[in-house]
Design a protein around this ligand. Structure first.
Ligand code: ADP
Length: 504
């Protein structure tokens, strides 16, 4: 087994990797930017190194600095997490060239899957159904129009180097196409330094369903069932669950087998995910993510397999300890992404210092967080603060459990999407499992409700908190930082949290 790992990431996923390392007896080395000095991943790891100022380009994306730290700390391997450098083939190559193990697939696999047109070609050759469209970048608007006419509008223009929903344009008529193509090219060039764009049929009400894979270095690849990730806004996932209410055992097996074929076609090793769009009983390859995903915990809950530990075991050369037939899923799991965003305000990001944090516990509840009291939430990084994950024997029980857990959650000092998730859990179509990627568009009441509820604004809450504090102590003091909830009396901030909860 590997003895030490550098974690080239921050936030909840860095914490998650530290935990896997600790359980396997691996020494974990964290890195941090100046603003993350007191972040949980830094405090939890065995060792931590400052790598630069807050902007990612000067810290978490500095390959030279990361390798320098890896050498200085004397680690054997580098785990990239997700985001940042996780899917950059040159990073994987640089790590291996410097003599470290990259906890992930090879640079060749990453680059084959990182280019969407190349990935589509490879998948087609491997017999995996792809969304109808081109497998080569478009030459010009004339070619695009011809292809779109053949397929029928609407179509979707996509950046070949795309990610995070950037460089995508839905086009409804031939007239709109030339301008949309220009816009998609500009956005792609800006975001990825590559303006190649291709075209796909735009499906009008698909579900996003993906298959989790594990491959080892001995040629074994297994799938661990699906995740339903249809609840999205602007192509970003918000709620994920396993299993999907849309699949029966036959479809599940067919998608799983297609995903395994996809992985074998690119000699896949480590944890990976094949994403599909699913509509009217048919599934189409969307892309393959060559890393651990944000939503991996729901699969861990229903399979009982620790995916991050397996990434580390595979990187150590271990063979998978289970065959496809031995992987059984049980019960139901749901994850809500707790972000510092305001769904009621068009998902605007919120910033602030976490004053009070009360995390739900109890049966079947898991909290994968990257924040603590006193932590300053800024705008430098992804707004994902934590993930709340539940497990229960049935979907219905899991929804009730998630609602209960969300009610127990208090984060003061920064706005979050907690109430938004709470409304989804109470909504009839969601409860019936009737969801597509258009869910939020079709349920504007969920994002609008927060505005109507007239919950007390932040200033009211702060004023109330100050008043209560004066009453209790006869003076105003800022919220205490860094003590555990167990060893103090309820503070004004806590009461204010309670008040807000009653209000919202
Ligand atoms: P990115 O890599 O930028 O995240 P993806 O190809 O993974 O892009 O697509 C992201 C999301 O965009 C999907 O989850 C889905 O909601 C939507 N999408 C992508 N392709 C299509 C399509 N052909 N038809 C309809 N929606 C699509």
């Amino acid at each position: 087994m590997i003895e030490s790992v550098l974690i080239a990431n921050r936030g909840e996923i860095a914490v998650r990797i530290v935990r896997a390392c600790r359980e396997l007896g691996i020494r974990s080395v964290a890195v941090y930017s100046e603003v993350d000095r007191h972040a949980p991943h830094v405090l939890l790891a065995d060792d931590a190194y400052l790598i630069g100022p807050a902007p990612s380009a000067e810290s978490y994306l500095r390959v030279d600095r990361l390798l320098e730290v890896a050498r200085e700390a004397g680690v054997e391997a580098v785990h990239p997490g997700y985001g940042f450098l996780a899917e950059r083939a040159p990073f994987a190559a640089a790590v291996e060239r410097a003599g470290f193990i990259f906890v992930g697939p090879t640079a060749d696999t990453i680059s084959a899957m990182g280019d969407k047109t190349e990935a589509r070609q490879r998948m087609q050759e491997a017999g995996v159904p792809i969304v109808p469209g081109t497998t080569e970048p478009l030459r010009d608007a004339d070619e695009a129009t011809e292809v779109a006419r053949d397929m029928g509008f609407p179509v979707l223009l996509k950046a070949a180097a795309g990610g995070g929903g950037k460089g995508m344009r839905v086009v409804h008529t031939a007239d709109e196409l030339p301008r949309a193509l220009d816009a998609a090219r500009r956005e792609a060039a800006g975001a990825f330094g590559d303006d190649s764009v291709y075209v796909e049929k735009y499906l009008d009400r698909p579900r996003h369903i993906e298959i989790q894979l594990l491959g080892d270095t001995h040629g074994n690849v297994v799938h661990l069932g699906e995740r339903e990730c249809s609840i999205q806004r602007r192509h970003q996932k918000l709620i994920e669950e396993a299993p999907s209410a849309a699949l029966d055992s036959q479809l599940r097996a067919a998608m799983g087998e297609a995903a395994v074929r996809a992985a074998k076609a690119v000699n896949y090793r480590s944890a990976g995910t094949v994403e599909f769009l699913f509509q009217d009983g048919e599934f189409f390859f969307l892309e393959m993510n060559t890393r651990i995903q944000v939503e991996h915990p729901v699969t861990e809950f229903v399979t009982g397999i620790d995916l991050v530990q397996w990434q580390l075991r595979i990187a150590s050369g271990e063979a998978l300890a289970f065959t496809q037939d031995e992987i059984q899923t049980r019960g139901h799991s749901i994850e809500c992404r707790i972000t510092s965003e305001m769904p009621e305000e068009g998902f605007l990001p919120s910033t602030g210092r976490i004053g009070y944090l009360e995390v739900p516990t109890g049966p079947g509840v898991r909290w994968d967080g990257g924040i603590s009291e006193g932590f300053e939430v800024g705008l430098h990084y992804d707004p994902l603060l934590a993930k709340l994950i539940v497990y229960a024997p049935t979907r219905k029980a899991a929804i009730a459990r998630m609602a209960r857990a969300l009610d127990e959650l208090t984060i003061d000092g920064v706005e979050t999407c907690r109430d938004f998730h709470r409304r989804v859990m109470g909504e009839a179509d969601y409860q019936a499992g009737d969801v597509t990627i258009r869910y939020l568009e079709q349920h504007p009441e969920i994002t609008e409700a927060g505005r109507e509820e007239g919950r007390p604004d932040r200033r009211t809450v702060a004023a109330l908190a100050a008043l209560l504090e004066v009453e209790r102590r006869g003076s105003i003091r800022p919220p205490r930082i860094g003590t555990s909830a167990a060893d103090r009396a309820p503070s004004a901030w806590q009461m204010a949290g309670g008040l807000r909860r009653l209000g919202g």
